[in-house]
Design a protein around this ligand. Structure first.
Ligand code: NAG
Ligand code: NAG
Ligand code: NAG
Ligand code: NAG
Length: 396
């Protein structure tokens, strides 16, 4: 069996968030595999349906997915590490490696190929047993640990979709997803035809099948891991291309509608003190404007006609989007979403809020210390370019 070396397929970018809001596009999620920070459990079918060759391919796949420089294990001086546990299942599930066993990619290479060298002589393959064990491991070894705030992922490699009643994997998968765990599925061998069943198990967009092209599969799994690693603190809403579609493309931006009525300057101050890189929201384009309006409509404490402060203001002779302190303000560009007759020419009306006027909601300029309204903050998502420590989640 040939081992694809992912190093050759994917160039590894190094550290640091290179995003600049001056580009006038919203921040994308980090894509640096070397900075992945997750707790992952691989759940591998080792019944007869998988075959010895298939198991070996799974081992190669796992080693390659994490072989692009991802730091495996714990490191006292670098929080952006990934822990990898391993479970096999057939009629029953077995923990082959707990989340602390592999402390380097070398450990993974040795451990995985060894643990996945034999199939078990049974045709029974109950994914429910594997998912249940993974769930228990995550609760014992991750939720109840200093890594409670790390995103959790289960990668399933399966050759069958078996089980009714107590052995139905779907309710366990639903429970895992509800608790925030992301599930990636890879269908092998006999399971090719069962893509639909597995797509119910998987998180939206995370169901794959083992095709001839191993490089593509590795890339798909790595992409899913990067997406799983891009998330917002509780209460914040991740900006995506469609508000109504939870599987839509997600940006590295989190939105928070704030239901404390206050003047614009107080709103700006309060947003920027919420955490690192937080500020009043920007509306660089119509989709972002629409997304924020949808978020506001769905937040208790906002009611029509909607009014909320955003980060646009007039400074040194031009309209600019405010930025976290120490960063360059971003000059306003097209498209403009002023209500008709705005902006009004008045030197004291130097800040902007959204105002609903019938069917339309758009910008109006107001005085910074007069109009009391709700507001909308935004901040960077937690992702491979932006580590968020545990404190971040306690403070929300
Ligand atoms: C831990 O992380 C630091 C900083 O990234 C790195 O220099 C060091 O080699 C890492 N230690 C181990 C054991 O990987
Ligand atoms: C497993 O399935 C194969 C083919 O479907 C069958 O020939 C074999 O007897 C089964 N083995 C067991 C242990 O049930
Ligand atoms: C969490 O871990 C602590 C210390 O290891 C243990 O005493 C406690 O029972 C655990 N709680 C749960 C819910 O597992
Ligand atoms: C905020 O940023 C600082 C400096 O980059 C970092 O040390 C700190 O951990 C960050 N805080 C959180 C909660 O992520």
């Amino acid at each position: 069996m040939k081992l694809c070396l992912p190093i050759l397929l994917f160039s590894v970018s190094v550290y640091a968030d290179s995003y600049s809001p001056l580009s006038y596009v919203d921040r994308p999620c980090g894509t640096d595999l070397s900075n992945l920070w997750l707790d992952v459990i691989a759940v591998v079918d080792n019944s007869r349906g998988m075959t010895v060759a298939g198991l070996n391919e799974v081992a190669a796949n796992i080693a390659s997915v994490f072989g692009s420089g991802t730091r495996i294990g714990l490191n006292a001086s670098e929080p952006r590490t990934t822990r990898l546990g391993l479970v096999t299942y057939n009629s029953v599930a077995t923990q082959k490696a707990d989340l602390n066993q592999y402390q380097s990619i070398g450990d993974v290479f040795h451990g995985i190929f060894d643990a996945l060298s034999n199939i078990v002589d049974t045709n029974e393959s109950y994914l429910a047993t594997g998912l249940e064990l993974a769930e228990r491991m995550l609760i014992d070894q991750s939720v109840n640990s200093t890594r409670a705030h790390y995103q959790k992922v289960v990668i399933v490699y399966a050759s069958e979709y078996d089980g009714n009643g107590e052995l139905d994997p779907l309710p366990i998968a639903e429970r895992l997803k509800l608790s925030g765990v992301k599930i990636i599925t890879v269908a092998y061998g006999n399971a090719y035809g069962l893509t639909k069943s597995f797509s119910n198990i998987a998180s939206p967009g995370f169901a794959f099948s083992n095709s001839d092209n191993q490089g593509k599969l590795i890339g798909q799994i790595q992409g899913s891991l990067l997406q799983a690693n891009c998330f917002c603190p509780s209460d914040w809403i991740q900006y995506r291309t469609s508000y109504s579609d939870p599987a839509a493309y997600r940006y590295g931006v989190c939105i928070l509608p704030v239901t404390t009525p206050q003047v614009w300057r107080a709103a700006k101050m309060s947003c920027s003190h919420r955490w690192n890189n937080s500020n009043l929201a920007t509306e660089f384009n119509q989709p972002k404007h629409d997304f924020i309006l949808s978020a506001v409509r769905n937040t208790q404490g906002f009611s029509p006609p909607y009014q909320y402060h955003i980060g646009l203001n007039y400074a040194s002779g031009s309209w600019v989007w405010t930025q976290p302190s120490g960063r360059q303000q971003v000059p306003l560009r097209q498209p403009l979403m002023w209500l008709s007759d705005y902006p009004q020419l008045a030197s004291d009306k130097s800040v902007v809020m959204n105002q609903q006027n019938g069917h339309e909601t758009g910008w109006i300029n107001i005085a910074s210390m007069n109009v009391v309204a709700n507001s909308v903050c935004e901040t960077y998502s937690c992702d491979t370019d932006n580590y968020c420590d545990a404190q971040y989640f306690k403070n929300q």
